[in-house]
Structure formats: structure tokens, C-alpha cells
Design a protein around this ligand. Structure first.
Ligand code: OGA
Ligand code: FE
Length: 302
């Protein structure tokens, strides 16, 4: 007979996992490219050709996973401790650059083993994840609301393009050895309750789940991958994530054979209190270089 744990030890919704709705997309018809226009078009055309697929998924609370550790290189993300001074002036981008970026660079150096870190931007998010929030969520600039579509932030070409745009004089040289874009995401000052960030374990994503998504900003075109559903995806989040915790995650890696793009989204936690405050979070992106590793050209295929 199979021994069963007493019912008090069975996984409980809201403690070890939560069932919630996330939004995937339908893959485009052959020959089409998923495209969003961040601002409504003057001719009144529909701002995007995406068909969303709202899907209920089960997200496991990382805190309940005793003994299972997540590896950045395999799963694409990890939950780490990160103590940040309480008096950072988040309203001032200059202060964030001088007070927060150096701490973030140290943390990334520690977790990546890279030889050089170049922090290049940060974004504050305030609000609740909503199903109709795409356009506002993708507004350029560094004040946004939580995202509500399953996505990655870069593509195979996007990572290289970002390096060339940020460090034009050095890019040719820096592209010869492995490089990546990593992110640090954390609650700004208070515990996150209502709209946490969820991740798909990168090891459970198939290349066919990635759909190139073109995003037209005024004067600039960006690309990411919008994910289509796959029952193999394993989802994770952290219930009541605290400001001394952070996610480090892989947004792009020039190497094949490891976690390269870690899909994520904000979502409404249906077990959070109805009067839970809107989420406030900060995300920061950095190029990571392994200049002493074996030379290797960036892989431009998935
Ligand atoms: C990100 C992101 C969404 C959110 O950090 O890249 O998509 O809701 N965040 O915080
Ligand atoms: Fe993102």
C-alpha cells in the first residue's frame, strides 16, 4: 500500500501553489508576424494582431520547494537574498543609478561568475496585472504597470542588437566571447501580494513555443517572444515576496544549450486579499560578459 501524507501535509492552494490565469498567444498564421503598436494608429486600425489564449496554470511557490534549487543556467531564474538600503530615492533616476546600480552589479557578478557587468536600465512598476493592459504596459519609459502577457524580453537577434546599441565601440570585441543580459527583479519597498511575477522553468519550454513579436514604438521597433501554450510548462512564483528577496533571471544568453530566454508575466493571485495594495516593483537589466571564456560567436538561431 502506498503511504499517503496526512491531509494537513497535502499541498494547499495558496500556500504551496496557486491556480491562476495567464495570457499566452496563438501562434501567427504562416507568413504573418505578431505585431503590436503601442499607440493607437491615426487611421484607427487595430493596434495589434495578437490573439490571446487565457490559460489557467498552476504556479508552485518557490519557498515550499525544500531541497530543490533552481539553476540559472538550466532553469533560467533563481530566488536570492538581496539586502538593499531602505533610503534609496527611487523617484530620482540619477540616485537610483548611483545608489542601486553598483549593488546590483555586485549581486550579478556573484551569481553569474561574469568578468564584467554593465547595468543599463531600470523600470519601476506600480499597479495591478490586468487583462486589457498591454498597450499601457508596453509604454516606453521607466514607469509602467505589471505585464499581463507571457513573454521574454529579448530574441536571438535582440540580445546582439542591444549590445551593439549600448557599447558600440566595444561590441565587435565583446561579441567574441559569451555574453548575456540578466535581470534583477524585486519588490520596491513592500511585500508583493496581488500581482506577483511568475516564471516558466526555461527547461520546460520548447523552441516552437516562442513567437517573434514585433512592437512598434514611436520611432523605434522592438522585438520579444510571445509564448504560446504548452502543457509541459512548469510555472513558479513566490507568495508574498519580500523586499529583501530578488529574482535573478536570464533574459538573453548568446550560447545555445542552456537557459537563454526565461518567459515570465505578472498575474493576479486569486488568493490575495481583496484590499491588497497594488504591487510596486523594480527591475534592472545588465549585460554580463565572460571575457575569459572560450571565444564563441553568438547563436542567432533558437
Ligand atoms: C520584466 C517584466 C513584468 C511585471 O521584468 O521584464 O516583464 O509585471 N515584468 O513585473
Ligand atoms: Fe519582461
Amino acid at each position: 500500500m502506498v503511504a499517503r501524507p496526512p491531509s494537513s501535509q497535502l499541498p494547499q492552494e495558496g500556500s504551496s501553489f496557486v491556480k491562476a490565469r495567464v495570457r499566452y498567444v496563438k501562434p501567427p498564421a504562416p507568413g504573418d508576424v505578431l505585431t503590436s503598436h503601442v499607440y493607437e494608429q491615426p487611421d484607427g486600425t487595430k493596434p495589434d494582431n495578437l490573439e490571446h489564449v487565457p490559460t489557467e496554470v498552476t504556479l508552485t511557490d518557490l519557498r515550499q520547494l525544500q531541497g530543490q534549487s533552481f539553476d540559472l543556467l538550466v532553469n533560467g531564474f533563481s530566488l536570492v537574498n538581496f539586502i538593499v538600503p531602505a533610503d534609496i530615492d527611487w523617484e530620482s533616476d540619477d540616485k537610483v543609478r548611483s545608489q542601486y546600480y553598483p549593488l546590483a552589479a555586485d549581486l550579478l557578478k556573484h551569481h553569474s561568475g561574469g568578468s564584467r557587468i554593465h547595468v543599463f536600465d531600470h523600470t519601476l512598476r506600480l499597479g495591478k496585472a490586468r487583462d486589457d493592459s498591454d498597450a499601457k504596459g508596453e509604454t516606453p519609459g521607466n514607469r509602467r504597470i505589471p505585464a499581463s502577457r507571457v513573454h521574454t524580453d529579448y530574441t536571438t537577434h535582440g540580445g546582439v542588437a542591444r549590445l551593439k546599441a549600448l557599447l558600440p565601440d566595444e561590441a565587435k570585441h565583446l561579441m567574441k566571447t559569451p555574453f548575456a543580459i540578466y535581470q534583477i527583479w524585486r519588490p520596491l519597498k513592500e511585500k508583493v501580494e496581488e500581482s506577483p511575477l511568475g516564471f516558466i522553468d526555461a527547461a520546460t519550454v520548447d523552441n516552437k513555443d516562442f513567437n517573434v513579436h514585433r512592437i512598434e514604438f514611436p520611432g523605434r521597433t522592438g522585438h520579444n517572444y510571445a509564448l504560446s501554450p504548452n502543457p509541459n510548462h512548469r510555472w513558479y512564483y513566490t507568495k508574498g515576496m519580500e523586499p529583501d528577496e530578488a529574482y535573478v533571471f536570464v533574459e538573453y544568453d548568446s550560447r545555445k544549450g542552456r537557459a537563454r530566454f526565461t518567459p515570465h508575466t505578472g498575474f493576479k493571485d486569486p488568493t490575495s486579499a481583496p484590499d491588497a495594495p497594488p504591487r510596486e516593483s523594480v527591475e534592472l537589466r545588465a549585460l554580463v560578459f565572460w571575457e575569459n571564456d572560450v571565444p564563441q560567436a553568438p547563436a542567432l538561431e533558437l
